[in-house]
Design a protein around this ligand. Sequence first.
Ligand code: SF4
Length: 187
Amino acid sequence: MMDKIKKIKLATVWLAGCSGCHMSFLDLDEWLFELVKYADIVHSPIADIKGYPENVDVCLVEGAIANEENLELIHEIRKQTKFLISFGDCAVTANVPAMRNMMGGDNADMVLRRSYLELGDVTPQLPYAPGIVPELLEKVSPVHEVVKVDMYIPGCPPSADRIKAAIAPLLEGKMPLMEGREMIKFG
Ligand code: SF4
């Protein structure tokens, strides 16, 4: 009888990003069937699982830290995860979400006013629902500025080939070789 494969617990998380990195994850196509032989997806925007579980082996984090919900969640993720991966340029450098940092000062208020009041076509109003709509942080940060990161997969988004080359070795408890244009080019 064949030995049963010991599956790892794999999570993916979508913070301040456009979900393009997760779209690229879905581009793994048939390899996703291979992946689930070796990993249980225990939390992900592509799976209807509420809350972040305990004892996660590997987590891919898409997006920067831009609001209070992102901040709270990334600390919880770090606490419950053995190997945390910054997944995509927004996680690695803060990228697009951090463009408002360049405005300095009260940039969170400025972008909210521009988006919801000045450009509001029908009923211009600022989103305000304490406990429901998270407050924007004054500075958008890459993940490693907030918690320890164990590995980086750059790219906007990282290609499916790069994602596969990065996580396939992890399924066997090995570290991938993250070097060269194919693996660490930004953009
Ligand atoms: S890295 Fe690019 S594709 Fe990924 S979330 Fe950011 S903007 Fe979207």
